[in-house]
Design a protein around this ligand. Structure first.
Ligand SMILES: C[S@@+](CC[C@H](N)C(=O)[O-])C[C@H]1O[C@@H](n2cnc3c(N)ncnc32)[C@H](O)[C@@H]1O
Length: 214
């Protein structure tokens, strides 16, 4: 059984202001994020459409848009989407569920997804990868991030609010196998140590994967 999507949505609705403030300008403090997003933007170029799934309040989509990528954002939480629309009115954002994407097969040139799988159980991660594989065009790129490890952390409080949610960490072997089972290839997994003081002290993974070209 997966983590309840209504619960995830309620949590981000309740945190929408605080999360928007906390994540604003985040990539300025994280050189590896910038290096990875710069690479993503170079590889995507002018291909369209490009989506940020689990976009939160939109700061990653906005960073990539500044590099010239035509990107839109999708998130489960209606209120976080409202915040994204206010902060980045020049971008398109919409509410939606990664596990049941309302997009046609082979219709999206590239997907990025920063820390959106962190609330998923392993079964939900497999489901998310299958859905993303389904909607990406042959030859299309998928970039995502997660916390490396085997643990699950339960939070009752975050950014000064009472919440009730689990954060899942994943082993690289599980993620790689899961991607391969869906059909993804060209998997490039990049790890980094946490930045001191500015983020939770967990090892991070950035993964570039490609849907094979026809
Ligand atoms: C840890 S936040 C990351 C947000 C943003 N990508 C960032 O890096 O700041 C996880 C985000 O994923 C969204 N999310 C979780 N499950 C989702 C689902 N099934 N479909 C779409 N978005 C989802 C949450 O609402 C939340 O905004």
């Amino acid at each position: 059984m997966g983590q309840d999507l209504n619960k995830i949505s309620r949590v981000y609705n309740s945190l929408s202001n605080e999360y928007t403030e906390a994540s604003s300008g985040e990539h300025e403090k994280k050189p590896k994020d910038r290096e990875i997003l710069d690479r993503f933007s170079r590889e995507v170029g002018s291909a369209k459409p490009v989506w940020d799934f689990g976009c939160g309040s939109g700061h990653t989509a906005a960073y990539v848009k500044n590099l010239g990528v035509e990107i839109s954002g999708l998130d489960l939480s209606e209120l976080i989407i409202e915040q994204a629309k206010i902060k980045y009115p020049y971008l398109h954002f919409q509410q939606g569920n990664i596990l049941e994407l309302e997009f046609d097969n082979n219709s999206i040139a590239a997907v990025l997804s920063f820390y959106a799988i962190v609330h998923f159980t392993e079964d939900q991660v497999a489901e998310a990868f299958r859905e993303i594989y389904r909607v990406i065009k042959p030859g299309g790129l998928f970039l995502f991030t997660y916390h490396i490890g085997g643990e699950t952390i339960h939070l009752d409080e975050f950014l000064g609010k009472n919440i009730n949610i689990d954060f899942m960490f994943f082993r690289n072997e599980f993620i790689t196998l899961c991607l391969k089972k869906c059909g993804f290839g060209s998997i490039d997994l990049i790890e980094r140590e946490p930045y001191p003081d500015i983020e939770y002290q967990s090892r991070r993974a950035y993964v570039f994967a490609k849907k094979p070209a026809d």
